[in-house]
Design a protein around this ligand. Structure first.
Ligand code: PLP
Length: 379
């Protein structure tokens, strides 16, 4: 074995996918309710996506940001319009951690300050500052602890306002809905109070929509139900439907200058073609509304299952707490029902993050499988 043993793997090797079904090396099909960490938005190997990526790689796969990249400019305009932020500007990177890293760096440049406020239970990535703003000391190396990050309770706007009053905080970073932390979210009231405290103290509000964006929660971004307007919004995961791509949307009033940010690969032709194709399918097939509809069904249906103790989330970003540890439930779902689901840092949470295109029938099958699984594990 030549790979670093840093992951605990499901004992499955996937070689093929179509929609919400993935197939292993032995020809066995699995229903994908996880999308490889919330990445698959429009299903695996969507024909429009495949054609667009094939066409782009055959035409021009890559050039760096030393030239105009038409497809990147098109993506910036279409994404800003589709997301409800038509006057925001777009900077592209390759992953969620990089998006957050650049957002926080931009906030620090813009404010001249260096402290960051993050939320307890937060996950923002594994690069230096992003992991420092992640509430998990187990994944922070000593070198990451030199950053000035204060972790405050997710739903305590007063604590945030008091910290910001000290005047040294560059940014508050908060997930639209906490994913890895167990699918928890701040209330709309809390978000609005934090937004006001940011305005009063000249602090940047950064919304991490890396997992909850691209329509997954039934609005384009999860924070939009609160009616707030962040200075910076970060995206990745579902943006490229599996092609590594991320980016930040930046309020027009945030000052930027030549050379402030940069990247070699971010925003290349192929990445933008993948993201644009994903966005077109999301819009054409009304997938934001579909996520809301399907999520409402699923949340309601699993709530009634014996052995389920709590259900959280919105749209197709759902956390289901079970009486038994989620590792046991997930292993049973894989072995006996051929279904892939996710875990969270809370040990009893099963995370369900399917493609927004998933068939209603597959969601129904999942409800039945979870019902049987929890009944069997209880006996
Ligand atoms: C909310 C959130 N932010 C950032 C990240 C980091 O993204 P990436 O793994 O693409 O660096 C993740 C990954 O799970 C995430 O859930």
């Amino acid at each position: 074995m030549s790979l670093l043993p840093v992951y605990s793997l499901m004992d499955v090797e996937l070689v093929r996918g179509a929609g919400s079904v993935v197939t292993d090396a032995n020809g066995i099909d699995y229903i994908d309710l996880y999308g490889g960490h919330a990445v698959i938005t429009i299903g695996h190997c969507h024909p429009h996506y495949v054609a667009a990526v094939q066409q782009q790689v055959a035409q021009l796969g890559f050039y760096s940001n030393s030239v105009h990249i038409g497809v990147q400019e098109q993506l910036a305009v279409e994404l800003a319009n589709a997301s409800g932020y038509p006057d925001y500007r777009w900077f592209m990177v390759n992953s969620g951690a990089e998006a957050n890293e650049n957002a926080l760096k931009l906030a620090s440049f813009a404010t001249g300050r260096s402290a960051v406020v993050a939320m307890r239970g937060a996950f923002h990535g594994r690069t230096s500052l992003a992991v420092a703003a992640t509430d998990n000391p187990k994944i922070q190396a000593p070198v990451n602890r030199c950053h000035d990050v204060t972790f405050l309770p997710l739903d305590d706007a007063t604590a945030v306002a008091e910290r910001l009053a000290q005047g040294d905080v560059a940014a508050v970073i908060i997930e639209g809905i906490q994913g890895v932390g167990g699918v928890y979210e701040a209330s709309a009231h809390t978000l609005r109070t934090i937004e006001r405290a940011c305005t009063d103290t000249g602090t940047m509000l950064v919304l991490d929509e890396v997992q909850s964006g691209m329509g997954r929660t039934g609005t384009f971004f999860a924070h939009q139900v609160a009616g707030i307007q962040p200075h910076i919004i970060t995206m990745a995961k579902g943006l490229g439907n599996g092609f590594p791509v991320g980016g930040i949307l930046v309020h027009p009033d945030v000052a930027v200058w030549d050379g402030m940010l940069g990247t070699t690969f971010g925003g290349n032709h192929l990445a933008c073609a993948a993201a644009l194709a994903t966005l077109h399918v999301v819009q054409r097939d009304n997938l934001v509304a579909e996520a809301a509809r399907k999520g409402a069904y699923l949340i309601n249906a699993v709530r009634g299952i014996a052995g389920v103790t709590a259900v959280r989330g919105r749209g197709l970003m759902i956390g289901i707490d079970t009486v038994v540890p989620s590792s046991v439930v997930r292993a049973h779902l894989v072995r006996h029902h051929r279904m892939l689901t996710g875990n969270a840092s809370t040990p009893n949470t099963v995370r369900v993050l399917p493609a927004l295109t998933i068939d209603d029938g597959l969601l129904q099958q999942f409800v039945e499988a979870l019902t049987h699984t929890l009944a069997e594990l209880a006996s």
